[in-house]
Design a protein around this ligand. Structure first.
Ligand code: NAD
Ligand code: MG
Length: 391
């Protein structure tokens, strides 16, 4: 088996750690070329000592000198780089075959797009990239011939439930609808009064998945499902009306595809991100992921209900942004990132998140989105506006 060179953008996060766990089960398949992390330098240092990547990338010069000293003292040969350009550099090296894009938020867009443009196999966890710049991103995938594989469990499930030769025409594939499942988050069924009292500690605890703080809050507001609707639109060339959301609190069915003849094809599994990660790392092969087998006898029930967009308006706002097109999804994403950070800092109530996102959409949506630079400028402008609203 030929060794595949792997760069992990966001190695210290939940997805990054799971990726290293899966890759390390198959040393004959993968060689780690670069690991990147924003903070948690001790964790990154440990990873470098264990996996001996050629490069490690951190945010700035100060962090780089701390990490270099730590690694040198331990006899490591890993070279430490820093800054946004270095992220793009390690995503595009000739010895890199695959890039796991697992930085959270808009910061993930430039290096992920660089990997796409360099024709790498891109394992996409960073959904915010597609939300911000879906059309430009997908055009770049087509132009370079990059292979884009979804890591988000829902999209990975849909990818598996679509025909193996699916090329972006749902109708030709006999598909009626893509059905995204949603857990409903930790506050499903809660009243407006209860939601107003939600604290960051409550919101970052997801019932079925262990995830980073930002995506945990997104899951609690249902914005995560909204971002995933937009992600599905671009990954599968699915018009908004062909995307359906159903709440399935057990997170055992990861998503489904409805075919014209009445068949529904679903992908099921124990909720563990190592399954979609292993699927994408090995595709089109299959390899062991270290995941517990799904035990049907111990599942008491699989239940379903319609999403509640009255108490959780973020899902509706995301559909609105998708339908509006242009820069609207980028506005939605920027306002949401800022609102979630403010909520986690104790500056904004949980129920203030959709309000701030809606205010930003009203103010900014409807402008062009013809280049990545324009979208990044829009992202900055929306964040500044939201900061001012919160001051
Ligand atoms: P996390 O917060 O645990 O990790 C984020 C990683 O990004 C860390 O390595 C951090 O150092 C790095 N990072 C953060 N800000 C950065 C910046 N400005 N510049 C460079 N690096 C930066 O998040 P996560 O849960 O691993 O999620 C990562 C991405 O995967 C997100 O886009 C999320 O939506 C997506 N995703 C996660 C899961 C999950 O189960 N955790 C599932 C589906 C999709
Ligand atoms: Mg998901």
């Amino acid at each position: 088996m030929t060794l595949q060179g792997l760069t992990i953008l966001g190695a210290t996060g939940t997805i990054g750690v799971n990726t290293l766990d899966v890759a390390s089960r198959h040393p004959e398949r993968f060689r780690i070329i670069a690991l990147t992390g924003q903070s948690q330098l001790d964790k990154l240092a440990e990873q470098c000592l264990r996996f001996a990547p050629r490069y490690a990338v951190v945010l700035d010069a100060a962090a780089a000198s701390v990490l270099s000293a730590q690694l040198a003292a331990a006899g490591s040969a890993t070279e430490v780089l820093y800054g946004a350009d270095a992220l793009a550099q390690v995503a595009t090296l000739p010895e890199v075959d695959m890039v796991m894009a697992a930085i959270v938020g808009a910061a993930g867009l430039p290096p992920t797009l660089a990997a796409v443009r360099a024709g790498k196999r891109v394992l996409l966890a960073n959904k915010e990239s597609l939300v911000m710049a879906g059309e430009l991103f997908i055009n770049a995938v087509r132009a370079s011939g990059s292979v884009l594989l979804p890591i988000d469990s829902e999209h990975n499930a849909i990818f598996q439930a679509l025909p193996a030769d699916y090329h972006g025409d749902l109708s030709a594939a006999g598909v009626d609808k893509i059905v995204l499942t949603a857990s409903g988050g930790p506050f499903r069924g809660w009243s407006a009064a209860q939601l107003a009292e939600v604290t960051p500690a409550m919101a970052v605890k997801h019932p079925n998945w262990v995830m980073g703080r930002k995506i945990s809050v997104d899951s609690a507001t249902l914005m995560n499902k909204g971002l995933e609707v937009i992600e599905a639109r671009w990954l599968f060339n699915a018009p908004p009306q062909a995307i359906e959301v159903i709440v399935h609190p057990q997170s055992v069915i990861h998503s489904m595809v409805r075919y014209r003849d009445g068949s529904v094809v679903a992908q099921l599994g124990t909720p563990d991100m190592r399954t979609p990660i292993a699927h994408a790392l090995a595709w089109p092969d299959r390899m062991d992921a270290g995941v517990a087998a799904l035990d049907f006898a111990s599942l008491s029930a699989l239940t379903f209900e319609a999403p509640d967009t009255t108490h959780f308006p973020c899902l509706r706002l995301a559909f609105d942004a998708l339908n509006a097109g242009g820069n609207a999804p980028a506005v939605l994403n920027a306002a949401n990132e800022l609102a979630v950070a403010a909520f986690l800092d104790g500056q904004l109530a949980f129920t203030g998140i959709p309000t701030l996102v809606e205010t930003a959409l009203t103010r900014f949506a409807g402008q062009g989105s013809d280049s990545v630079d324009a979208l990044l400028a829009c992202d900055h402008e929306v964040r500044a506006f939201c900061r001012q609203k919160l001051a």
